[in-house]
Structures are given as structure tokens and as C-alpha cells.
Design a protein around this ligand. Structure first.
Ligand code: F6R
Length: 606
């Protein structure tokens, strides 16, 4: 949340800052701002709302300068308005900040007691004011920044720009990610490598507690103890920087349609032509653990819920699902017998990372299922398994969810084989089923027109229920979350069997009920639940296959015919119509699909 960028360049920096912020806008978009050194002096331009407002402001009121910092905000402290927008300036220092300063009240009181006045409600202004106090006391910019950093508690990434210092940026990281980009006689700082992609592919990630002193030709990095350190500079592959919509109107649509190809890529890497999952076999040992704890937030957490069904049925293992923000504070018993599996698209989610560190501190083993391979969660894991979804820019997670499911399915098969619960023939059969998933997804995508038609009716509702049984229950939760997030329609997911224990009281002709029911052993039970809804005038949207739809007797108001699936492939395939339904409801309602209100892609604060 919040994107930050810093540039020591050789050209006018304002348009370059804006380009970089565009690539970071998925991290927050309630206000934006830049500061540059115009003729050596700090000048700022800030604007509330989307980045386009800041671009327009810069046309009306341009700034010059070749050094600058920029910020796109997701508000934590203080309303989204121009005053609270970053960069924050005090005297001769300007700061951009991602994260939260936990001791800001105490620091603010201390500064106010000595006569410092504050302009904003933000925690960030404290940083600028502290640093300015040090500068006024005669310290150099580097000393002042260091003294300031020493006073801060919390999780943050920061970039400082100083009046009169055309060849200096100071960057610091504690908790929130920060990358340094190396150019030709230029140097950059960004919340992620994506922001820096058009400028350089040579990227170095700061480690926890690091700060860096940058000039156009050098980057000196110091660790948490103040020792000078070298951090590796990686050449990031070109494809990691692609953040274009192509022929699609929204990133979300593009990412939904990319699923057959990204799933195929993941299958190629992990399953291989021999269908053997050799990489998983070599890197993981499920015989050594007694218990699996799957930890994640949001959509990634629902992927964990699905995986629990697979680990239990295929590997007969004890599996617990944890919401990271609860797990980290509950002090659950964890020991060397525990295998923690942490699932995160960004690999930077603050709660998931804290939960990972808890398991590590208590002797558990750490496997992560991540999309961003250079992320903190990946780096702090014993084994990091990339899901290979490519950059996901739409705030609502789509392709990352199905790629997470695929990797978790392959993990469950590996566990089943290693623990002697699956024989070679069964493993091959399951692997063959997975290798058919890209084709099944393509069939599901072909339903888009029907889904768009159904969405016309669903989008009129104020409340929507989603029902599913077995591994379709977590899909019901995910379908409801997707709809809420981007169309702002209130939606809840329930296990179908729970309907009559309360939620059925909500059902009337105004409440569409989306039933996820592939034909199988539990289908007739789902049918009974559907009848209960119909008896109360509820409008059913039934997602099933040819057999299921034939058995349903034409009672559903809307039907979507999906290909036949099995327990392992069903959740991946049924995710597609749910994503499309949310997308087309949002289109009907005219909401902002890629940047829904109040949300941000990468949740790096608690
Ligand atoms: C929903 C969504 C969020 C994320 C959650 C975890 O569409 O995107 O619920 O799934 O914030 O994020 P990661 O996977 O980056 O840890």
C-alpha cells in the first residue's frame, strides 16, 4: 500500500516520476504528489484523487528539476486530501513514506512540546519534522536521516530529498519493500521493480533494516547495525515488467483471460512432460511433518481453504487454515513438527509475513507459494514456490488465485505420494487431470457472453448469496469477495448446508443466490438446497455441468454450463465464471474495476 519512487536523473524528472507512479498506482490511489529540486530548491505538487489529477495539475503548474520523489497514497492516518498527500516537507527536507509509524503520537507530542507546528494529520509529517530538527541542529542530511530513522518504530519504506542537495537521495526500509535501480549515470528508488522497469532492469532489493545513500553514480547500503554491506544486483527478466492492458479495457479482464496460458506455464515448469512433479519431490519432504498450517489473507486464504480439502483427501494429513492477522497474535502452539505454508500473491502482505516469522521463531518449516519471486516472504522461506502468474495489476486477484490453487494441488499430490497414500498410477491420473486444466479454463472463458447477460440481472441486487459444498464452499466465499470488492454489491458465501441455519432468512425475490454445484456425489444435496431457495422466491444462478443442469429440471432462473470437472480441477475451473460475474456486474454498475474504492493491491500495513 502506497507506492513510492525516487529519481536522481539527467532529464526533467516530473514526467518520469508520473510514469513510475502510474505503474505503482495499484498500491493506492486516493491522492498523489511529487517533490523536485527546481533550481536546487524543493518544490511540491500534490493532488487528491487519481494520478491523472496530479498529471493535469503539472500541466497547469509545471515543476522543473532532475531530482525528485513521488508518492501514490492509500490513506492510513488522515483523510485523503491535498494537505495529507505526500511528499511531506518540513524546512529543507521532503519525505515519501509507505507504511505506518507506530510511535507517531509520542513523537508528535515531543515535537509539539518544543514548539513544532504540524500541517497534517499524517504520521509521515513526523518523519520530515524530526529530520528537519536534526538539520537545524547542524547535522548533515545523512546524519539527520540516520538520527531520524533511529527514532521510528513501525513498518515503513522511506525516501528523503533535501533542499540544495541535487545529487542525494536517502532510502530506508523496515518492513515495507524497497528496490534500488541502477541506471547509466542515474539512480532510482521504487516500491517495486515494476515501477522502475522502463528505466532499468538492474535492481537491488534492500533488506530488512537497510538504508541506502544514493548519488547518480553510487549506492552505499548500510544494514540495521549501520555496517556497510553489499546487496546483490539482479538483472530482472523483461517479462516481469509487462504492465500493459493490451486489447483489454481493464487489467482485470486481461488477467482473467491470461489464465489458460499462465496455468500452462506453471504446469510445464512443475509437472513437466513426465508428469512427475520432480521439483516438488526434490525440494519438499512431507514425511517429516505431522501437521500443516496454511496461512494467508483474503483471496489467498480462500485458496488455502480449497487446499485443505485436497491435503485431507489425497494425503490424509491434518491441516489447519489460518487468517494471518489472527494467527500472528493468538500464540498458537507451533514446533518442528509443523509445516507452515504461506500463500501470497505479493509476498509482502504484512500479516502473512509476521505469521511466517512467528512459525520460524518457533522452529517450524516454511514453504511459501508466492507470485513475486523477489518478495520478502519468498526470501524468508525455506522453500519458495513461484506460481508464475506474471504481474497481477488489477486490485482484485484473479489469475494469482487459480495459479495458487494449481501449485497447492500439486503440493497435495506430492504429499499423498510421499506419505504412501497415493500410488504411482493414481498420481499419474491426477497429474493428467491437472494437465487438462488450461483447456477447461478456455471452455469456461467461452461462457463470457452468457455471464455478461446474467450479470445484468445480478447487478440490480443489493445483496447476493453464494453457496457451495465441499471444495466449492471456499469458491462461494471467493465469488462473494470478488463481487463485493469491485461492484460494491453486498455478498456472502456459505456452505450450502448452512443455509437453513440462518442465511435463508435473507432470501426473497430480491436476493439472487449463486449455486456452485458440479455434478457429483453431493449434487442432489445441493439440489435440495436450491429447492429451498426457490420455495422462498429466490432467484437461482446455477453453475454446473451438462449432467447437473439436466438434473436440475430447468428450475434455475439463470444457468451457466461448465465442463465436467473432478474435485481436483473443479475449484480452478469454477473460479472463472465467478471472476467474470464480478467483472460484468462492475461493468453494469460503472464502478472502477481495476482500482476499486478503499482498496490497495499490496497490503503492507496491519
Ligand atoms: C482480493 C485480494 C485480496 C488479497 C489479499 C492477500 O481480490 O486480492 O484479498 O488476496 O490482500 O494479498 P497477497 O496474496 O498479496 O498476500
Amino acid at each position: 500500500m502506497c507506492g513510492i519512487v525516487g529519481i536522481l536523473g539527467r532529464h526533467q524528472v516530473a514526467p518520469i516520476l508520473i510514469e513510475a507512479l502510474k505503474r505503482l498506482e495499484y498500491r493506492g490511489y486516493d491522492s498523489a504528489g511529487i517533490a523536485t529540486l527546481d533550481d536546487g530548491h524543493l518544490v511540491r505538487r500534490r493532488s487528491v484523487g487519481k494520478l491523472v489529477n496530479l498529471s493535469d495539475l503539472l500541466v497547469r503548474d509545471p515543476v522543473r528539476g532532475e531530482s525528485g520523489i513521488g508518492h501514490t497514497r492509500w490513506a492510513t492516518h488522515g483523510r485523503p486530501n491535498e494537505t495529507n498527500a505526500h511528499p511531506h516537507q518540513a524546512g529543507s527536507v521532503a519525505v515519501v513514506h509507505n507504511g505506518i509509524i507506530e510511535n507517531f503520537r509520542e513523537l508528535r507530542a515531543e515535537l509539539e512540546a518544543t514548539g513544532t507546528g504540524f500541517e497534517t494529520e499524517t504520521d509521515t509529517e513526523i518523519i520530515a519534522q524530526l529530520c528537519n530538527r536534526e538539520l537545524k541542529a547542524g547535522r548533515s542530511p545523512v546524519e539527520a536521516a540516520r538520527a531520524t530513522l533511529a527514532r521510528l518504530r513501525g513498518a515503513f519504506a522511506l525516501c528523503f530529498l533535501f533542499d540544495g542537495e541535487r545529487d542525494l537521495l536517502i532510502a530506508a526500509r523496515r518492513g515495507s519493500p524497497l528496490a534500488i535501480g541502477y541506471g547509466e549515470g542515474e539512480m532510482y528508488v521504487g516500491s517495486d521493480a515494476l515501477a522502475l522497469g522502463p528505466m532499468t532492469h538492474r535492481i537491488c532489493y534492500l533488506e530488512e533494516g537497510d538504508h541506502a545513500i544514493l548519488t547518480r553514480t553510487s549506492a552505499e547500503i548500510f544494514d540495521a547495525d549501520g555496517q556497510r554491506v553489499e546487496r546483490p544486483i539482479a538483472d530482472i527478466p523483461q517479462e516481469n515488467f509487462h504492465a500493459e492492458k493490451g486489447r483489454f479495457r481493464h487489467f482485470m479482464a486481461k488477467e482473467i483471460h491470461e489464465q489458460p496460458s499462465v496455468i500452462a506455464q506453471s504446469l510445464q515448469r512443475y509437472l513437466g512432460s513426465d508428469l512427475r512433479l520432480s521439483e516438488f519431490e526434490e525440494r519438499l519432504d512431507f514425511t517429516a511433518c505431522e501437521r500443516i498450517v496454511l496461512v494467508a489473507c483474503g483471496t489467498a486464504n480462500y485458496a488455502c481453504h480449497v487446499a485443505k480439502y485436497w491435503f485431507e483427501t489425497l494425503a490424509r494429513m491434518n491441516v489447519e487454515i489460518e487468517i494471518a492477522s489472527e494467527f500472528r497474535y493468538r500464540e498458537p502452539p507451533v514446533g518442528p513438527e509443523t509445516l507452515g505454508i504461506f500463500v501470497s500473491q505479493s509476498g509482502e502482505t504484512a500479516d502473512t509475513l509476521a505469521a511466517l516469522r512467528y512459525v520460524r521463531a518457533h522452529g517450524g518449516r516454511i514453504v511459501s507459494v508466492i507470485n513475486v519471486e523477489t518478495s520478502t516472504i519468498a526470501r524468508e522461506s525455506d522453500v519458495a514456490l513461484p506460481i508464475l502468474a506474471g504481474p497481477e495489476i488489477g486490485v482484485a486477484s484473479t489469475k494469482a488465485f487459480t495459479c495458487q490453487l494449481l501449485v497447492l494441488a500439486m503440493l497435495a499430490i506430492t504429499a499423498g505420494r510421499q506419505r504412501g497414500k497415493l500410488d504411482a498410477a493414481e498420481c499419474t491420473r491426477l497429474a493428467e487431470a491437472l494437465s487438462g486444466v488450461p483447456g477447461l479454463i478456455a471452455q469456461a472463458l467461452a461462457l463470457e457472453e452468457d455471464v455478461a447477460e446474467t450479470a445484468k440481472s445480478v447487478a440490480r441486487a443489493r445483496d447476493v448469496l453464494f453457496l457451495g459444498r465441499g471444495p466449492m464452499f471456499p469458491l462461494a466465499l471467493e465469488g462473494a469477495l470478488k463481487l463485493k470488492e469491485i461492484s460494491y454489491i453486498h455478498a456472502e458465501g456459505y456452505a450450502s448446508g448452512e443455509l437453513k441455519h440462518g442465511p435463508i432468512a435473507l432470501v426473497d425475490q430480491e436476493v439472487p443466490v449463486v449455486v456452485l454445484a458440479p455434478y457429483g456425489p453431493l449434487f442432489e444435496k445441493s439440489l435440495s438446497n436450491m429447492e429451498e431457495v426457490i420455495a422462498r422466491s429466490g432467484e437461482i444462478v446455477l453453475l454446473s455441468d451438462a449432467n447437473g443442469l439436466a438434473m436440475s429440471g430447468g428450475k434455475a432462473a439463470h444457468t451457466l454450463e461448465l465442463p465436467s470437472v473432478e474435485a481436483l480441477t473443479g475449484p480452478i475451473v469454477y473460479a472463472i465464471p465467478l471472476q467474470l460475474l464480478a467483472y460484468h456486474c462492475a461493468i453494469q454498475k460503472g464502478t472502477d474495476v481495476d482500482q476499486p474504492r478503499n482498496l490497495a493491491k499490496s497490503v503492507t500495513v496491519e
